[in-house]
Write a protein that binds this ligand. Structure first.
Ligand code: EPU
Length: 301
């Protein structure tokens, strides 16, 4: 999707920069995805105006966070990708509270807080992606989720078309799901974290890093776990029990390290990855009678 010159000029006045013809394969951890114009939202306060302009000009758009939990279709995309600049995101700590921009890297945030003797997020250290993405999905690992630490979120709200601040208890954080709307854009978060000596936090971080390294394909292109775990069960274990590790559709492959990670083992297309996901879901349904729900988000039109 292309943004025409006169609209790009108006967007520039609003502090939003158009980057034409960007390959989303380069902006996603799976390394899959077609081409579109990227719109960098450099000035938060003008986001409502930018969104009104996109609406009045009938320009379809989607918001791209860290791109680490996303499977994007190939070819020329029928929507533009909105993005917050991720260089030098704001992060500061006051007492037991951290104020962090949504574009900040999640792991970097865990480390930043740890160095200031604020812990509680050790389990999130190796979860790839942005703080905004972690908020939207209620990212979690090794017994930690981000939700319980959230005191406030500043966001662009689709429902009102304005920037608002929600209190932590106004947001529902469930397993890999929250009450945010699809068109909401996370901007900043206030986290309250337990005080802990840096050394102690570091020890916890090391344990999680080691567990992750030993069980997940960290050096391959993936979007983390493809399916949510069903209540009381494990998607990875079921797929493994079916002997599907290493199963491929073209270059899309079930990881031979962790069966709920599907990797791009070369030049996988979006269609190959979709087919692999459908095939595995069908095999699990046939064998276990369990309908696995996607954890990864699809941008497939
Ligand atoms: N297992 C297998 N074979 C496999 C993978 C796992 O038998 O190929 C077994 C393990 O031995 C273990 C059980 O399944 O007994 C659970 O596996 P694991 O501890 O690796 O955790 P998981 O339930 O597969 C969840 C999250 C991960 C998170 C880890 C660690 C989901 C869908 N996945 O995985 O999150 O990193 O726990 O806390 O909730 C993600 O969200 O993208 C993600 C990777």
């Amino acid at each position: 999707m292309r943004i025409e010159g006169h609209i790009a000029a108006r967007l520039k006045e609003l502090g939003a920069e158009v980057r034409p013809g960007v390959a989303l394969a380069d902006l996603t951890s799976l390394g899959i995805g077609g081409t579109t114009d990227e719109l960098l939202l450099r000035r938060y306060e003008s986001i409502p105006e930018v969104m009104r302009l996109l609406k009045s000009e009938e320009i379809p758009h989607r918001f791209l966070g860290g791109g680490t939990n996303l499977l994007v279709m190939d070819g020329e995309l029928p929507f533009v990708a909105l993005h917050l600049p991720s260089s030098q995101p704001g992060m500061r700590v006051e007492g037991s509270v951290a104020y962090v921009d949504a574009a900040a890297d999640l792991g970097g945030t865990v480390t930043f807080c740890a160095k200031r003797d604020l812990g509680g997020m050790e389990g999130l250290i190796g979860v790839p992606g942005s703080v905004g993405g972690a908020l939207r999905m209620n990212a979690g690992a090794y017994g930690t989720q981000i939700g319980p630490h959230v005191r406030e979120v500043e966001l662009y709200r689709e429902a009102t078309g304005e920037i608002e601040t929600l209190k932590g208890d106004e947001i529902r954080f469930d397993y890999r799901h929250t009450s945010f709307a699809a068109g909401d854009i996370m901007l900043r978060v206030k986290l309250e974290l337990p005080s802990k000596p840096f050394k102690e936090i570091l020890a916890g971080i090391r344990v999680c890093n080691e567990k992750r390294r030993s069980s997940q394909p960290l050096n391959q292109k993936s979007a983390g776990c493809i399916f949510k775990n069903p209540a009381g069960g494990s998607a990875g274990r079921m797929i493994d029990e079916l002997g599907l590790k290493g199963h491929r559709v073209g270059d899309a492959m079930v990881s031979d390290r962790h069966a709920n990670f599907f990797v791009n083992a070369g030049n996988a297309t979006s269609a190959e990855m979709m087919k692999l996901i459908d095939e595995v879901r069908e095999r699990v349904r046939a064998a276990f009678g369990v309908d696995l729900e996607n954890e990864v988000i699809f941008w497939q039109n």
